[in-house]
Write a protein that binds this ligand. Sequence first.
Ligand SMILES: [Zn+2]
Length: 278
Amino acid sequence: MTVPRQHALSVDVEDWNEAFGRQGLPARLQGTESRIEQASDLLLELLERHRAKATCFVLGTVASRTPAVVRRIAAAGHRVGSHGWEHRCLDDSNPALLARHLTESRKLLQDLSGQPVLGFRAPWFSLRSRTAWAQAVIQEAGFTYDSSLFPVWNPFYGVSGAPLEVHRLPGGLHEVPPSAVELGPLRLPIAGGIYWRLLPFSWLNWGIDRLASLGRPAVLYLHPWELDTGQPRVWMGPMSTAIHYLNLSRTARVLESILGRWSFAPIEEVFPQVNSAA
Ligand SMILES: [Zn+2]
């Protein structure tokens, strides 16, 4: 078994207000300020400083409103993927709507980045058994891999028994799950987001080392708005508000620490098998 030289870093590129959405931008946040340019610049600077590369799953609305964000990501040597057209869960979509959103976002992202766009990540990791219909739609739209199946259950998303490793679905689409570590019968999610803001540094470090010792590169994720501590504070109900804002100032420190310890590359480089479908 080979200890991986690099781990995979991914970024879901959405504006701070879009992150609350399950059916696009929530109506009560229409008209609030966009901060995606400054937030993504913060992230790009940090990645540049550590010579880390990532796969950035960009929302179609972001690419359409602020194409400079996609151009800067591509010019900095990162890979571009799709986070869908608007921040809409698969549960609140249907095959025809998803097909249109995927095709339109992929075309726009390819035009702006000059790259083939191979990967998709659904908002709120909303791929699970009741939305499994989406896998065929994702493949039909030209994607070779998906990274939407979160292998640990939480109140918002996740499938507790889903495979932990990168695998291929019967139709040929590759599935790249965000990382979790087995602890006896339990699974500890170490992949990013709220888990980075809640878990002790020592647990995250142990988790990544544990995966490396098993020959598995980690698949981590974050959002540009998690670095933007100056974003507006809005109340969106107890759970959503807590998940969005809790320990927000911790993300930059966790990311700096992780980038200082390990080397990171885009999903397409760490798992070269995802570059072609069956
Ligand atoms: Zn998202």
